[in-house]
Design a protein around this ligand. Structure first.
Ligand code: PHE
Length: 369
């Protein structure tokens, strides 16, 4: 029995030292299992004389229950330890945002582009495109601005060198387009009337201040068909500004103007209220110039291979960036192109906020900035 006592002490020590459930279970099997130390002792009781058997049996039972107690205590300790470790691993930082924040933003220029396309698309216009690097025929000559025509001075053109030594011959060099009007010609060259297109794109002029940047954006519009009149132009653009500014009524007026490629030419103004801090469109006694337009000049139709005796058309050109400034109250054009993420976060739009006339142009599902 001395042996038994010291064996028990050892087993109890081992149990206390077990530091995971698996080790504890191994000890349990080695002591209490079918061939465990205590089990074997129990079995050997049968060989003892009766009295000894009773006495040893009692002691063994006490030892056995002590060991069982120790096993279950240690099991609880280890289970708690394991649970705590698991909980520690699974902790979450509740100060983090609920779900990943939407990061991307749509630039106001892209937004206005989509809005304009949605409005004119609804009226049956197709989107046309042209190259940024344009020849002088499409940018000027075909638009009724032959070389040395004074109207070329209206635009501060960037001419591109056309020789390898970097020099250029002004009359034949390419330009980066000063307006999207060249796409009028490109469209006439590739399509037969009736024509109804809008052409959004980048344009370039050597100019820089709060309302001018060397690169900016325009949308060109062109309609050519039989019996097209200035009334069509006015109706179409009136519908456009109302849809664009999302207003039922807007005062508009057309001021006579001059563009070499339209005759007559006009500038369209919309009514607004200007205060020191605010610009309210659609109300008040002030006027704001918004676009240039006119009836396509017969020389332009001819240059595009269309008979001006049979067909007439109207055209217009709107500044996309200018529209963005007006609609979304952005004061300085230069900031559009500074690639400042903070600016984009403030003035940009939610990526899935598509513009449509039915779903709302600028305010879909309350997702805008
Ligand atoms: N191209 C002109 C501009 O850049 C705008 C315009 C387009 C005017 C079409 C009339 C017709 O200012």
């Amino acid at each position: 029995m001395e042996d038994m006592e010291s064996l028990k002490e050892q087993i109890l020590n081992n149990i206390k030292a077990a530091n995971d459930i698996k080790a504890l279970e191994d000890i349990r099997i080695s002591v209490m299992g079918k061939k465990g130390l205590i089990t074997e002792q129990m079995k050997s009781l049968g060989t003892l004389p009766l009295e000894q058997k009773i006495e040893t049996g009692k002691k063994l039972n006490v030892i056995k229950s002590e060991i069982e107690q120790a096993l279950s205590t240690q099991k609880q300790v280890l289970e708690e330890k394991e649970l705590n470790e698991k909980l520690k691993k699974e902790t979450i930082d509740i100060t983090l945002p609920v779900r990943p924040e939407v990061q991307g933003r749509i630039h106001p220029v892209s937004k206005i582009y989509e809005e304009v396309v949605a409005i004119f698309g609804q009226m049956g216009f197709e989107v046309a495109e042209g190259p940024d690097i344009e020849d002088q025929f499409h940018n000027f000559n075909a638009l009724n601005m032959p070389a040395n025509h004074p109207a070329r001075q209206m635009q501060d053109t960037f001419y591109l060198p056309n020789t390898n030594d970097g020099s250029f011959d002004m009359d034949n060099s390419y330009v980066i387009r000063t307006h999207t009007s060249g796409i009028q010609i490109r469209t006439m060259e590739s399509k037969k009337p009736p024509i109804r297109i809008i052409a959004p794109g980048r344009t370039y002029r050597s100019d820089y201040d709060a309302t001018h940047t060397p690169m900016f954006h325009q949308v060109e519009g062109l309609v050519i068909d039989k019996n097209i009149t200035m009334a069509h132009l006015k109706g179409c653009l009136y519908d456009f500004v109302k849809a664009f500014f999302e207003l039922d009524e807007i005062p508009v007026r057309y001021r006579p103007s001059y563009f070499p490629f339209t005759e007559p030419s006009a500038e369209m103004d919309i009514g607004c209220l200007k205060t020191k801090t605010e610009l309210k469109i659609g109300a008040g006694n002030d006027w704001l110039e918004i676009l240039g337009c006119g009836m396509v000049h017969p020389n332009v139709l001819k240059a595009g291979g269309i008979d001006p005796e049979q067909y007439q058309g109207f055209a217009f050109g709107v500044g996309i960036d200018r529209l963005a400034m007006l609609k979304y109250g952005i004061p300085d054009l230069r900031t559009f192109f500074e690639s400042d993420v903070r600016w984009l976060k403030n003035y940009g739009f939610a990526p899935l906020d598509f513009s449509s006339l039915t779903g709302g142009l600028s305010n879909n599902g309350g997702q805008t900035r």
